[in-house]
Design a protein around this ligand. Structure first.
Ligand code: G
Ligand code: MN
Length: 395
């Protein structure tokens, strides 16, 4: 059918490609001519049935479309164009002042709404203008795709700063008892950092956020201040405090007037074996400084990381804490139990105290005790809680 196919009206396409849809042949040709004269390349359609096909095959910059058409009307075409390209401008034309259609047209994102008869200059000017708007829109979209993720990151970073601030404001310490099984008594408590900021509930998330923002020291200082406040209010208790390896570089840790320094003789600083100590300048002097204040040092999570002999030699820990991966199912795995027994024996010979962490079952407890571990910590006795949870010490 000759009248259902697109009619190519070749001009030089310097001004861009226009898809013109109108069911009145004279109007179609008159507007087509005007646009061509203004330098547009024009594809003319007498109805909307093939719009999708034409859009798929031709680079179209602007769609100019009558609102009243047989079959698909202007609004249908507008919706169809939006699905195809969010930035392709559509100019709708109508003979009457159909207000509802005008409102709908705007709602669906028509760029302009023109009342017929339309002066050729106004048509060309409008098409030229919306074409530029469309180009601008697609450029900004491309820019967002290219650089927007960086911008998003920046926003997230800002958001992260706010969330870390909230986390610091709502920081508190939970305490979990460490049991001396032979006397069924509490040997010490481990202080574990907690926050009410929902997005940073897990300590590893909290520390990752602090590290990203270069605020690790702020977390460490807050922890030590909170522990000091609690120690000030209680009797002679020993508390284990986790130290981020980078905290060793915080000079306030060594200050005699720092909040926790007053209680150093009651504090064991845990340094995890999961992290590296390499790169910490003057480690030996720093450790000596801590001991001079009265702190003892524990290797945390032993068996979970890569600490070698050198690490032990450097830290000379008073205490080691066996990682809970060693504790887990120790009663069901004789090899594990043997390994724990060897480690406990070596530590005894070196006069290093051993704490087995993560004890969850009576079976694990029995296996650990049989392997020579007397200091035990885990959910079996008490979960971490407000100072100070009462442990369950029944057999
Ligand atoms: O790395 P560190 O040993 O400091 O980690 C102690 C963490 O282990 C705390 O978050 C504490 O809540 C958790 N924890 C303590 N006891 C148990 C336990 O018996 N089982 C498990 N799965 N986790 C425990
Ligand atoms: Mn710990």
């Amino acid at each position: 059918m000759a009248d259902s196919g697109p009619t190519q009206a070749d001009g030089h396409a310097g001004q861009g490609n226009v898809l013109l849809v109108d069911d009145e042949p004279q109007v179609l040709h008159a507007y087509g001519r005007a646009l061509r004269a203004a330098g547009f390349h024009v594809i003319m359609l007498p109805h909307g049935g093939t719009v999708e096909d034409v859009l798929a095959k031709n680079p179209v910059d602007v769609v100019v479309c009558d609102i009243r058409l047989p079959g698909l009307d202007g609004i249908d075409i507008l919706k169809l164009v939006r699905r195809h390209d969010p930035d392709l401008p559509v100019v709708l034309m109508t003979a009457g002042g159909e207000l509802t259609s005008a409102v709908e047209a705007v709602k669906h994102g028509a760029a302009r709404y023109l009342l017929k008869p339309i002066a050729p200059e106004l048509l060309c000017e409008t098409v030229g203008e919306v074409r530029r708007l469309g180009q601008l829109a697609s450029m900004q979209r491309r820019a967002f795709e290219l650089f927007g993720s960086a911008a998003c990151k920046e926003v997230n970073q800002r958001d992260l700063g706010r969330r870390l601030e909230l986390a610091l404001e709502t920081l508190y310490m939970a305490y979990q008892p460490i049991i001396r099984w032979s006397t069924k008594s509490v040997f010490a408590h481990e202080a574990l950092v907690r926050t009410r900021e929902q997005s940073l509930l897990r300590p590893d998330e909290l520390f990752a956020a602090a590290e990203t923002l270069g605020r690790l020291f702020d977390v460490g200082r807050a922890v030590r201040r909170l522990v000091a406040e609690t120690l000030e209010q209680t009797g002679p208790r020993c508390v284990f405090v986790n130290l981020h390896p980078r905290d060793l570089e915080d000079d306030t840790l060594y200050a005699g007037d720092a909040p926790l320094s007053a209680f150093a003789s009651r504090v064991v600083l845990e340094i995890t074996e999961r992290a590296s100590l390499s790169g910490i300048a003057d480690l030996r002097e720093r450790l000596a400084g801590l001991r001079k204040l009265g702190y003892r040092i524990a290797v945390d999570d032993l068996g979970a990381g890569y600490a070698g002999l050198n690490w032990f030699v450097q830290l000379e820990p008073e205490i080691v804490k066996l990682d809970m991966s060693l504790t887990r199912d120790a009663d069901a795995e004789p090899k594990k139990q043997k390994l724990i027994a060897s480690m406990a024996r070596l530590c005894r010979e070196l006069e290093i105290a051993v704490v087995a962490e993560g004890v969850e079952t009576a079976g694990e407890r029995a296996a650990l005790v049989a392997a020579g571990c007397d200091l035990l910590q885990g959910y079996l006795f008490a979960k971490p809680g407000r100072p100070f949870p009462v442990p369950q010490l029944d057999d």
